[in-house]
Design a protein around this ligand. Structure first.
Ligand code: AMP
Length: 594
């Protein structure tokens, strides 16, 4: 069987690894680099550059250079270059193809099977987009796994003590914290948090701004609008930052940066570790919030953690390591290169799944992950009825029975939503489909089973089935309807912010729906069971129904007060009491309805 590779498809850098002799090894690219910058460029001459070549010319060719495409995965982002519209999947596929070719030249044979990693918070659409990118690159994606899970595999933690660990991942552009639990052959993500716009690039920017100000101080000239000079300054800033992870002082010298007054101007500066720490202290501090919220989401204290793993090149910064120590009370593990351990773990998983080599005998590892946001469907009154809670473990199979609200309703629309808000309109639509051919029946009678299936890759399929006719429809959520990272963050924040108003709105909408349904059931009872009811009961029921209809006629859920909701509920109680006088009401049961 062919050998399978592990790929860390990163925002800033990507990395490929394979297991050899029972150990994961990083495969260097054709330039001898162990990480390939995730940058793709199209030169004016029609050349395509991938990796450090692309990155180097980015400052002078910004319109035809694409960096950080991972942020766009699963969105409708497009870039038109030379008459072709490029999607995030296609750009990512360029990077994956390069990694695949590098692996092929290292191994001297064709490679098709791969495991690719994604952030633990990636939603189903982003995972699907990543899988599609793999397919475009000619890869057979054995599995999409979470980056923190891969880190744990690289450390071999799956073969040791059951424990809960934290993975602190500070890369080039993003910060992710995950709490994972490692049990007997099972790795489960308990909680995730992070900041999508915090990473090594921000540290570079601080140093670059410092160098700019030094240049201005020396020459009185501002270089901010000179892209070529800025490109060199940014490169030097990153270099100095990296040096300062190992030394106390870095010297920066950029000769012939520009001309000032017709004379060549060189930038010469010294940056001490202490100055660097002062320039970036607030960035380091910003990692504290997500660490605390991941711990509290998982219901843990720092002392419950067995280990803390460092992932991402920026965790080499001493002040970052110090911060992790202060936040967790633990000395973080960093025996594996932080920028390589995700690819190594992916290679371990690839080896296990492809069933080749020594690791295969240790058996498959069941990877349990979580959904980043709750999933619901829209039910009557625009309510989002939740089927899967946020942070539920994958894989998931969940069914619930729904019914209809109108008599003889022959079709229902299944509107699939992602988000934490109680009302459908405030959540993100991730799919919609119609189930036709429902059995002709009174409202509330048809039984429609809605099932959510989320597989181990986090890809969602929703199906609806009429239990009496057996008619079924389903969709697999694809990348056309999507939710970005920012939208996910916003959804969580909004849910917290609007919780008060939302609950009132939802209660109001539910009260109105319940009232209308009850009025309908009561009218039905008056016509169907007219012989079994005596005159006073009929009169009483008619009066109560009329009162309920009048009470609700002009109400709108968004304008209803607590008092309105209570009055509607009271009027409903009166109707129910009048119906009870007539024994078996025949009213439909309490299923949610479309
Ligand atoms: P990653 O996305 O994990 O490849 O991380 C890339 C980021 O790590 C970039 O911002 C790099 O500048 C940063 N990085 C790499 N090596 C070091 C180092 N020795 N010290 C500080 N930052 C580093």
């Amino acid at each position: 069987m062919a050998r399978a590779i592990g790929i860390d498809l990163g925002t800033t850098n990507s990395c490929v690894a394979i297991v050899e002799g029972g150990h994961p090894v990083i495969i260097a690219n054709d330039k001898g680099e162990r990480a390939t910058p995730s940058v793709v460029a199209f030169t004016e001459r029609g050349e395509r550059l991938i990796g450090s070549g692309a990155r180097r010319q980015a400052a002078v060719n910004p319109d035809r250079t694409i960096a950080s495409i991972k942020r766009q995965m699963g969105t409708s982002w497009k870039k038109r270059i030379d008459g072709k519209d490029w999607t995030p999947q296609e750009i990512s596929a360029q990077i994956l193809s390069k990694l695949r070719k590098d692996a092929e030249s290292y191994l001297g044979e064709a490679v098709t099977d791969a495991v690719i990693t994604v952030p633990a918070y990636f939603n189903d659409i982003q995972r699907q987009a990543t899988k599609d990118a793999g397919r475009i690159a000619g890869l057979n994606v054995l599995r999409i796994i979470n980056e923190p899970t891969a880190a744990a595999l690289a450390y071999g933690l799956n073969n040791g003590l059951p424990q809960k660990i934290m993975v602190y991942d500070l890369g080039g552009g993003t910060f992710d914290v995950s709490i994972i639990e490692i049990g007997d052959g099972v790795i489960e993500v308990l909680a995730t948090s992070g900041d999508n716009h915090l990473g090594g690039d921000d540290f570079d920017e601080r140093v670059a701004q410092y160098l700019l100000s030094e240049f201005k101080r020396q020459y009185g000239a501002d270089l901010a609008r000179d892209p070529a000079a800025m490109g060199r300054i940014r490169e030097a800033a990153e270099q100095a930052k990296k040096e300062l992870s190992g030394t106390e002082q870095a010297n920066i010298y950029l000769p012939y940066l520009t001309q000032v007054g017709g004379q060549p101007a060189h930038l010469e500066a010294t940056l001490t570790r202490a100055k660097f720490d002062a320039l970036t202290a607030d960035l380091v501090d910003r990692t504290a919030g997500p660490v605390q919220s991941a711990l509290s989401d998982a219901g843990l204290r720092p002392s419950d953690l067995g280990r803390v793993l460092l992932v991402g090149g920026s965790t080499r910064i001493p002040a970052v390591q110090e911060k992790v120590r202060a936040l967790t009370g633990k000395d973080p593990s960093r025996s594996i290169n932080p920028d390589e351990c995700v690819a190594q773990g992916a290679a371990v998983q690839a080896e296990i799944l492809s069933g080749t080599g020594a690791l295969a005998t240790k058996g498959d590892i069941l990877l349990l992950d979580v959904t980043p946001l709750s999933l619901s469907i829209e039910t009557v009154g625009g309510v989002a009825t939740r089927l899967v809670e946020r942070n539920s473990r994958l894989p998931i199979h969940h069914s619930q029975i729904f019914s209809t609200t109108a008599p003889f309703q022959r079709s229902v629309e299944i509107h699939v939503l992602q988000g934490e808000r109680p009302m459908a309109r405030d959540n993100k639509t991730i799919g919609k489909f119609r189930l036709n051919g429902i059995q002709r029946a009174m409202a509330g009678v048809p039984q429609i089973e809605v099932t959510f299936d989320i597989d181990a890759n986090g890809i969602l399929t929703v199906s609806a089935r009429d239990l009496s006719t057996g008619k079924e429809q389903s969709i697999t959520i694809t990348a056309n309807d999507r939710m970005s990272d920012a939208e996910i963050d916003k959804a969580i924040r909004d849910a917290e912010m609007y919780f008060g108003d939302d609950s009132r709105y939802r209660e109001a909408a539910e009260a109105l729906n319940d009232a209308r349904k009850l009025a309908f059931d009561a009218e039905k009872m008056l016509s169907d069971r007219t012989r079994q009811m005596d005159k006073p009961q009929k009169k009483q029921l008619k009066q109560e129904v009329a009162a309920l209809v009048k009470r609700t006629a002009k109400l709108k859920p968004e304008k209803m007060t607590d008092e309105d909701i209570r009055a509607v509920r009271e009027a409903m109680e009166q109707v129910k009491a009048a119906m009870d006088g007539g024994a078996d009401t025949g009213a439909s049961d309490d299923k949610s309805a479309f």
